[in-house]
Design a protein around this ligand. Structure first.
Ligand SMILES: [Zn+2]
Length: 118
């Protein structure tokens, strides 16, 4: 891969990583023992009534869903950054062929080439 393109994609990944971590830390705490694992804080309003408690549960489950989503993206981004460090970035994890640069530009954390991702 061209060094210039690699640099560009690495910058994109770093940006995405900071953005995802900022989003996650707004409602979740990072598990200090597990890498890339976040725990959603349970919203607790002191002295809330039953109706409010039901809202809390609903809010919590929405956040868990979002947490899972962001965490998955963050894992992919971190995996891509590790691959850059190991010099295996840009190769399909399934067939080993290079992933098209256009595909990486659209989604720098892509793990599979266009053929395998069907
Ligand atoms: Zn492939």
């Amino acid at each position: 891969m061209e060094p210039k393109l690699l640099q560009e994609l690495q910058n994109k990944l770093q940006e995405k990583k900071s953005r995802l971590e900022a989003q996650l830390s707004s409602f979740a705490t990072k598990d200090p023992n597990l890498k890339d694992d976040w725990d959603t804080k349970y919203p607790r309003v002191p002295g809330s009534n039953l109706e409010e408690a039901a809202d809390e549960v609903e809010e919590y489950s929405t956040k868990l869903h979002l947490e899972f989503n962001l965490e998955t993206q963050l894992k992919d981004v971190n995996a891509a950054l590790e691959k850059i460090a190991k010099d295996t970035y840009g190769l399909c994890e399934q067939c080993g062929n290079p992933i098209a640069p256009e595909r990486l530009q659209a989604s720098p954390e892509a793990r599979l080439c266009g053929n395998c991702n069907k």
